[in-house]
Design a protein around this ligand. Sequence first.
Ligand code: NAD
Length: 337
Amino acid sequence: MNRKSKTKNKKTKRALVCGAGGFIGHHLVNRLRKEGFWVRGVDLKYPEFSKTSAHQFILGDLRDQKLCQRILDIPFDEVYQLAADMGGAGYIFSGEHDADVMHNSATINLNIAHYGTRVGIKKLFYSSSACIYPEYNQLDENNPKCSEESAYPAAPDSEYGWEKLFSERLFMAYRRNYGLNTKIARFHNIFGPEGTWRGGKEKAPAAVCRKVAEVKNAGRIELWGDGKQTRSFLYIDECLDGVRKLMNSKDFHGPANIGSDEMVNINQLAQIVIDLSGKKLTISHIKGPLGVRGRNSDNKLIYRKLKWKPKIPLKDGLEKTYKWISEQVDRTVRLIQ
Ligand code: NAD
């Protein structure tokens, strides 16, 4: 058999992406398509900024058991459970959405674990979060501790984090009791083009890019808190490299951090964006929801197990993101005029 016909005969793998209308899900669909998967996407909404490349896209509510049964009507090689009720600090830490966040995301996860087990998925990816780590290890902005085993004794600082921890445990229990092959990653602040950049659900990198893009030269931007709170931010392409490596690994299941260990404070993040814009801007600090004082991804475990670590500096990812967000801002201004 020659090489060409061998490739032709290879069975096409099928993937289901829950949350395919969201930021990471949309990029993941594109990535899986490039890798040759047949992809079904599901979400409450279509991707906001460009057309989905999924072969099939089902609009529906994953809290609905009937929908979950319907979307799992064929045996998938890989299922990615990314759907969640979530947003940036302004959404998660205000306290106003706690009940919805917990109820909506937990219901989706309960449904997917249950119906996924019934239909016999080969592998299931679950996107957990750095928000599961205990607040008591993240009080010092220069020395946060977020290694995987430090998750317990549990004390996340948000209900979003508690739900993620519950769902990690749910998927691990299905793995133990029903042999569901689960893979769990804890994402740390993923950013990039085509992410939410306004409306209250945007995260720090997108919010900062928008503020800088909207203001005229010699103007001023506002940051929440004193700006000395630390974080790390991972560019979307790198996140997907990590996810795919985890899914392809035979015997590593996580939970594993997928994040950058290039820690900066929010003032530094803003300064990088300001420098990229070429504008001269001042920063003022105002009250706002903040989250933990310091956080950084600890990548020792995932590097040891999968040899994965981020390759591109924060500045390079921000450059691409700022370019995309300033185009959105310009377009909006043109529409208003
Ligand atoms: P996102 O909000 O852009 O995507 C989530 C998607 O889930 C949305 O499109 C939303 O419509 C969909 N969804 C919510 N409720 C639904 C329902 N009931 N039925 C069907 N679809 C529903 O978020 P994202 O940034 O792409 O994040 C993807 C996953 O990664 C989430 O689980 C999130 O908690 C996790 N995560 C993301 C980050 C990050 O920095 N982006 C960090 C940690 C964890």
